[in-house]
Design a protein around this ligand. Structure first.
Ligand SMILES: *Cc1c(COP(=O)(O)O)cnc(C)c1O
Length: 394
């Protein structure tokens, strides 16, 4: 096993380390306080109190009411719940508006919906500009009387690009259309105040903000028509059946509290580290290109294409130094396909294949940035020496 203390972890958009403060509050609920929050006895009641406190902590981070918070098993479940709920609430409406750059949790669901509902639905997938941003006029044109729901991510997991959610939600509300945002990457990284917005549904996931895996939240605005996805007991006020994942819920609550307390100061530090890494890579490595808008972006994410080399090969070399990141191409069915996000942005073939996503967290240090800045140029130069594309061009 790789020793965690030796790992330079820059893959935080994939998952994050559980904060020690989070683990600490979870342990009692995995050991001694195992009561069922739905039980009538006090032993269950005190567990219910812990779940209730976590609900308040999540609501505070989001500028929402505790009653609007529904605990789920993950971000993916929250996304599915919101979309299926809207379609069931408006059985006469057949249209969904989304984008070409959504996370697979929304993208693949929208692809499946056709089959699941007997070819009933029509999906508009908005494309993005070369810098990953959306055209609001095209969005407005896509909304019509038949639209049941809009589902647009708040921030992109691959590039970090942030969409203008406040404005988009307002435009949907004016037309009586429900608005869902997958905010899994945004929560804890940028301020969100839902009471000031026209967002009806918002998804978040514990393991993307230093909470545990296997817990998520769906925010459901008060008064929004709602149909549960998991039907069962009366948990979550009948909005999500299944005995609560208590320890994880308590951990997620604490993670939200930590994020609320540290967001402003920590995120500007993380952004400083990200900018140092990004500028260092772009200036020391020729033919390196930043993917995504330079400023309308999460503070922790940098997606850079190193032309004429394969992302997977770069990752393997980085792995030799225990540096963890992601590439923008995925090995699907044996062939290296550039990601749907980079394709939607029109990133050219030679660049899309060599893209690396560095995603930082509050646990990264300046020493780690220096280490990566030292290791990357020789890795890229070495791979280019072996690349037929590079030699042809150089
Ligand atoms: C990670 C992620 C998800 C999925 O969350 P899970 O809890 O892993 O199901 C959904 N959307 C985005 C943008 C993500 O980054």
């Amino acid at each position: 096993m790789m020793k965690p203390e030796n790992v330079v972890y820059m893959d935080n958009n994939a998952t994050t380390r559980v904060a020690p403060e989070v683990l600490e509050v979870m342990l009692p609920y995995l050991q001694d306080y195992y009561g069922n929050p739905s039980s009538m006895h006090r032993f269950g009641g005190q567990v219910e109190a812990a779940v209730s406190q976590a609900r308040k902590q999540v609501a505070t981070l989001l500028g929402a009411d505790p009653e609007e918070i529904v605990f789920t098993s993950c971000g993916t479940e929250s996304d599915s719940t919101a979309i299926f709920s809207a379609l069931q609430s408006f059985p006469d409406k057949r249209h969904i508006v989304t984008t070409r750059v959504e996370h697979p949790a929304v993208k693949n669901l929208c692809e499946q919906l056709d089959t699941l509902t007997g070819h009933k639905h029509r999906v508009t997938r908005l494309t993005v500009a070369a810098d990953g941003t959306l055209d609001l006029q095209k969005y407005e044109e896509a909304l019509d009387d038949d639209t049941a729901i809009v589902s647009v991510m708040w921030a992109n997991n691959e590039t970090g690009v942030i969409f203008p959610i406040a404005e988009m939600a307002r435009m949907a509300r004016e037309r009586g259309i429900l608005f869902h945002t997958d905010a899994v990457q945004a929560v804890g990284k940028i301020p969100i105040v839902l009471k000031d917005l026209d967002v009806d549904f918002l998804s978040l996931s514990g393991h993307k903000l230093h909470g545990p895996k296997g817990v998520g939240v769906l925010y459901v605005r008060r008064g929004t028509p709602f149909v549960p996805f998991l039907v069962g007991g009366h948990q979550e006020k009948g909005r999500r059946g299944g005995t609560e994942n208590v320890a994880s819920i308590v951990g997620l609550g604490r993670a939200c509290e930590l994020a609320a307390a540290h967001m402003a100061e920590e995120n500007s530090r993380v952004k400083g580290l990200r900018d140092k890494l990004e500028q260092g890579l772009l200036s020391s490595i020729p033919h390196a290109i930043l993917n995504g808008h330079k400023t309308d972006r999460l503070p922790n994410t940098s997606n850079i294409s190193f032309e004429y080399v394969e992302g997977e090969a770069i990752l393997l070399h980085m792995d030799q130094y225990n540096i963890c990141a992601s590439s923008g191409s995925a090995c699907t069915s044996g062939s290296l396909e550039p990601s749907h996000v980079l394709r939607a942005m029109g990133v050219p073939f030679t660049a899309a294949h060599g893209s690396i996503r560095y995603s930082l967290s509050i646990y990264n240090t300046e020493e780690e940035i220096d280490f990566v800045l030292e290791k990357m140029p020789p890795i890229i130069a070495g791979l280019r020496q072996m690349s037929p594309f590079w030699k042809a061009d150089a």
